[in-house]
Design a binder for this molecule. Structure first.
Ligand code: PLP
Length: 498
């Protein structure tokens, strides 16, 4: 037997990387410019992808050619194309070219910005890029920023800081330190589910979230917020924080932040503003008034990965009291001590290692410039208003919410002939039947592969949602969406009655 050590496996083959890397950049450029050649939604069933791939990892390494073949053959046909300009579901997003290049660099550089010294560039670029964004949003310097992956995590940190501010003993001793007194968080009944998840995760309990009723335009009613806080205080609970939303998920409604901020000031409560989707429009003079009062918040979340052309994921968290966030999370084991006196990103949250996300925000802001970004946002809002106008003018359509930004909520309500809801012999006698009609309408529109719309429920009714937000979406795409809706509705209402 030989004593020779086993041959070390070959390191990465950089020649092959270079060759395939160039090809992949071509592929990505074709993809970004031509995502329309794919259906927005794939025609696959659950389990198809899994079954098409081997059950175990290969024992021997494979070539890039073989791997990329499978990427094209198995994965691409099973992708939902968020980069398709006909993607109007949820909130439409964009992986813009500068953002994609930044992600490539970020992966190659593999920075772990937990401490300043483990990546001075990533640590300081985060401060710079978030400072630029803060200025564009018109927020005062008192807001320090940090990047998390998603708004859900930003909101979790906001509420953890709120808890630290009002009940610091919980960090050491847990909720039992409060002697049975419950903490309370308030959000509107339209607030995002991430608020509820945060209170679950923080151990406050789901019941600690008070869902304040909204007015007819889905905005929190401040007088009911005040009443809820006072009732809770009388019952011995400890009001802790309010989450106001600018741009709620279903309808993009805007809570009256100024009135809510006044109540928070008076009641000494942490105000967190969830502007995950709509926050970027604070850059627009035409939208500024919707943000009145948000500068009084303790914390704010804005997601560049939603409507700032930044590839998923990147959530910007701004806080007036980052010292409290640090107090809530800072924990430095001996192996991470540093004596340079610099600020370390690991102190501002749960996560130790931090990705170099700032690079993509920085590159996106530089590539488009503030005026380029403003122009795209204005255009998206114009397209949404155009679509809303078509809905409003159609006798068989109903719009269910105002359109402050780029989302239109609507449904079909046939009023003519045999399709008339409530008419004798109608196939749509009530809201349940109309829900079914709209469900089928949505399915038919999405089956076209040209556009994708999602849905929500408002006042218990099924509502279709069109969200404009992709960089390459034009009036032609919105027009096509409207045509598909019209054709699908005509086909459904022309069907003979069952
Ligand atoms: N807040 C609002 C208003 C949202 O619309 C969403 C998602 O759509 C979120 C929070 C959660 O965002 P994320 O996926 O970044 O956690």
């Amino acid at each position: 037997m030989s004593d020779a050590p086993p041959a070390a496996p070959a390191a990465d083959d950089l020649d092959a990387f270079r060759r395939h890397g160039h090809e992949l950049i071509d592929w990505v450029a074709d993809y970004l410019g031509g995502a329309e050649r794919y259906p927005v939604l794939p025609s696959v069933a659950p389990g198809d992808v899994r079954r098409a791939l081997p059950a175990s990892a290969p024992e021997q390494g494979e070539t890039y050619a073989a791997i990329l073949d499978d990427f094209e053959r198995v994965l691409v046909p099973a992708l939902t194309h968020w980069n398709h300009p006909g993607f109007f579901g949820y909130f439409a997003i964009t992986a813009s070219a500068p953002g994609v290049l930044a992600e490539l660099l970020s992966a190659a550089l593999n920075q772990q910005a937990m401490l300043w010294r483990t990546s001075p560039a990533a640590t300081e670029l985060e401060e710079v890029a978030l400072g630029w964004l803060r200025q564009l949003l018109g927020l005062p310097e008192a807001f320090e920023g940090v990047i998390y992956d998603t708004a859900s995590i930003s909101t979790l940190h906001a509420l953890a800081a709120a808890r630290e501010a009002i009940a610091p003993e919980v960090r050491e001793h847990g909720m039992q330190a409060l002697g049975g007194r419950a903490l309370r968080v308030y959000g509107s009944e339209q607030a995002h589910s991430s608020v509820e998840k945060a209170v679950i995760l923080l151990g406050l309990g789901q019941a600690s979230l008070v869902k304040v009723p909204c007015d007819h335009e889905f905005r929190m009613r401040p007088e009911l917020l005040r009443a809820a806080i006072e009732t809770d205080r009388r019952a011995g609970a400890i009001p802790m924080a309010v989450v106001a939303t600018v741009g709620t998920t279903s309808t993009t409604s805007v809570d009256p932040v100024a009135a809510i901020a006044e109540i928070c000031d008076e009641q000494r409560l942490w105000l967190h503003v969830d502007a995950a989707y709509a926050g970027v429009t604070a850059m627009l003079p035409s939208c500024r008034s919707r943000f009145a009062g948000w500068e009084a918040a303790s914390s704010i979340v804005v997601n560049p990965h939603k409507w700032l052309f930044t590839p998923f994921d990147l959530s910007a968290f701004y806080c007036r009291r980052m010292d409290v966030v640090r107090q809530a999370f800072s924990l430095v084991p001996p192996y991470l001590r540093a004596s340079d006196g610099a600020r370390n990103l690991m102190d501002t949250g749960v996560q130790l290692g931090r990705r170099f996300r700032a690079l993509k925000l920085w590159m996106v802001l530089r590539h488009f410039g503030a005026s380029g970004i403003r122009a795209h946002l204005e255009e998206h809002m114009r397209l949404a208003r155009l679509f809303a106008g078509w809905v409003d003018a159609h006798p068989d359509m109903e719009r269910l919410a105002p359109v402050p930004f780029s989302v239109v909520c609507f449904r079909a309500v046939p009023t003519q002939g045999p399709a008339a809801a409530g008419a004798p012999g109608s196939r749509w006698p009530d809201d349940a039947a109309l829900d079914q009609l709209n469900e089928r309408l949505l399915e038919a529109v999405n089956a076209s592969g040209e556009v994708f719309l999602s849905s929500t429920r408002l006042h218990g009714r099924l509502v279709l949602r069109l969200a404009v937000g992709h960089l390459r979406t034009t009036e032609a795409h919105v027009t096509r969406a409207w045509q598909r809706v019209g054709e699908a509705l005509a086909a459904l209402t022309d069907e003979p009655a069952p």
